[in-house]
Design a binder for this molecule. Structure first.
Ligand code: NAD
Length: 165
């Protein structure tokens, strides 16, 4: 059990890759505070995994959610050892068709929560000598034609992750 006694925050932890991360982290002994806007899947996963998990239905696009998420993890489990910035919503469209709303969605769910959660959890991560796991994507490198705002936010995440490191 490689994560025994550790507490992790996982954004987007009720669905997709985040759901698998939540499951595997619990299997490895971690307590997991997972965040999602999918209430049905989040509630079911919390019930399934039991006392090692807390589900928080919060939209990470809201600026104030970062402190709320950090506080919920500390209240439930006493620390933050691992921050997994996994959630990211985006729409696909060619650059010429991309709207401001599409850019806002990608940066407000992808880039800004990564920054705000690293800032909010810094005291806990520093004292725990913890870890941050941020998600970039090959699409940021490849220049896929319809992944305009997604690629842009993913490369911004990659940049700020290097700065944090
Ligand atoms: N799936 C892939 O092939 C792939 C490839 C490269 C990178 N990634 C990255 O991996 C991560 C996970 O990808 P995925 O395919 O599992 O995504 P997904 O869309 O299947 O799941 C994302 C989860 O985040 C939640 N979510 C969305 N918006 C939210 C918000 N505002 N607040 C809180 N939760 C929110 C969703 O409800 C969902 O449960 C993302 O960062 C994605 O960009 C995925």
């Amino acid at each position: 059990m490689r994560l025994q006694g550790k507490t992790a925050i996982v954004t987007g932890g009720a669905g997709g890759i985040g759901r698998a991360i939540t499951r595997v982290f619990v299997r490895e002994g971690a307590n997991v505070l997972f965040v999602d806007i999918d209430d049905e899947r989040g509630t079911a996963l919390e019930k399934e995994l039991g006392a090692a998990t807390r589900f928080l239905n919060v939209d990470i696009a809201r600026r104030e959610s970062a402190d709320q998420i950090r506080d919920a993890a500390v209240d439930a489990f006493g620390s933050v050892d691992v921050l997994v910035n996994n959630a990211h919503a985006s729409r696909q469209a060619l650059l010429v068709d991309h709207t401001q709303d599409m850019f806002d969605l990608s940066f407000q769910t992808g880039f800004y929560p990564v920054v705000h959660l690293m800032q909010a959890c810094y005291p806990q991560l520093k004292s725990a000598k913890g870890s941050v796991i941020n998600f970039a994507s090959g699409s940021g490198l490849d220049g896929m034609p319809t992944q305009t705002s997604y690629a842009a936010a993913k490369e911004a995440i990659r940049g700020v992750s290097r700065v944090a490191a």
